[in-house]
Design a protein around this ligand. Structure first.
Ligand code: FAD
Length: 341
């Protein structure tokens, strides 16, 4: 297989919710790994119920592919000590990339009721990940060149990659774009080195947000999050969860198309055009929400002209990631009302 030039891509998965889903997910990961993504991220449930299943998926990626696994972590419901030991567990498993999130209130909580633990924001979680890694690996031993069996202390630690969330159209609780950008600057100051955006439907929303963030001093790459929307039902659900504004053109096309296959084609084409516009506009790479299926996101890359293949599968095989008990569909994505002015 040949590898053509292509901007970095990454994919997002969620822990499986049944045995059948768990074995299907192993196949999905293998297929996604074939296009050499920069990383594959795995969501983390708001209640902490998916700790084990999230780690199982991350371990599968680590041991079966050459792709960097990225674990999502949230501040929801854990004490400082619990959060530290969770981070340590992920690091000890070999996960060195994180998406640090505040997380959302579990469904059914009354307005104003506390749902976070000791950590109150993604920025605090970023700091804690750095601290746990620093305490865990205070130094490394490396061979002394030319002196057999001799070791030297190297104080340069293995760096962790810590991504954070960004909201081109505003976090639902944010009052203005400048508040969103200030939050991003606070995350940068805390030690984040990458941002991944909430999904959006128009390239200029992302491009103008990035321009404003750069002007304000945000230096790390901001990866656009793209979600192929392949049915009117999925579109309604996504808008409900994210508070994003209705993309009327896409909504109408999906509504008037009578067949599921036709709707899928519309969603893939829309996402592929968006991807191509983003790269043409200067986006550093693309982060695709895969919904635990490889076919749709690979089609998006193919149609946007960004696909490439390379062998990345490791030879040792391990069992498929274990399933998570059934729970709410899809990772929490700001199910809060929009209150932007
Ligand atoms: P924070 O940045 O900590 O804060 C959220 C908002 O609070 C800010 O945008 C701002 O309005 C306000 N705020 C915080 N600090 C400041 C400050 N210093 N100054 C001013 N305002 C401030 N949720 C999950 O539970 N599991 C997941 O796996 C998951 N994956 C996600 C992946 C992506 C790519 C995205 C975009 C979101 C994901 N979410 C996930 C949802 C996320 O947890 C929610 O959107 C949450 O409401 C905000 O998280 P945050 O990390 O941006 O929070």
């Amino acid at each position: 297989m040949t590898t053509a030039f292509r901007p970095p891509v990454s994919f997002e998965l969620y822990p499986p919710r049944s045995d059948a889903a768990a074995s299907a997910l192993a196949g999905t990961i293998d297929r996604l790994a074939e296009v050499s993504p920069d990383f594959i991220s795995v969501t983390y449930g708001a209640s902490g119920s998916s700790r084990t299943s999230s780690l199982d998926v991350l371990r599968y990626i680590l041991h079966h592919t050459n792709v960097d696994p990225m674990g999502h972590l949230t501040c929801v419901g854990s004490s400082h000590r619990q959060a530290s030991s969770l981070i340590r567990e992920f690091l000890d498993a070999g996960v060195l990339s994180f998406l640090a999130l505040r997380g959302d209130a579990p469904a059914g909580l009354a307005e104003g009721e506390e749902f976070l633990g000791d950590l109150k924001s993604a920025g605090e979680l970023v700091q804690l990940i750095h601290r746990v890694q620093a305490e865990r690996v205070p130094y490394r031993e490396t061979p002394v060149p030319g002196v057999p069996a001799a070791r030297q202390l190297n104080t340069q630690r293995t760096k962790v990659r810590i991504a954070v969330a960004a909201f081109p159209n505003g976090h639902p609780r944010s009052r203005s774009t400048s508040q969103d950008i200030d939050t991003l600057l606070a995350k940068q100051a805390a030690g984040a080195n990458l941002a991944i955006t909430q999904l959006f439907f128009h390239a200029d929303h992302y491009l103008s947000f990035v321009q404003q963030a750069r002007q304000a001093g945000v230096e790390f790459p901001i990866l656009p999050g793209i979600m192929p929307v392949t049915s009117p039902t999925r579109l309604r659900r996504i808008l409900e969860l994210t508070g994003e504004a209705l993309p009327s053109g896409l909504a109408i096309e999906l509504e008037v198309e009578p067949t599921e296959q036709g709707q899928r084609e519309i969603g893939i084409d829309y996402a592929a055009n968006l991807a191509a516009e983003l790269i043409a506009g200067g986006a550093h790479g693309l982060h695709l929400y895969a919904f635990n299926e490889h076919d749709t996101v690979l089609q998006v890359l193919e149609r946007s002209g960004l696909a490439t293949t390379a062998p990345t599968r490791k030879t040792t095989r391990e069992p498929a990631p274990a399933r998570e008990p059934a729970r709410e569909p899809a990772p929490a994505r700001t199910p809060e009302p929009r209150n932007r002015t």
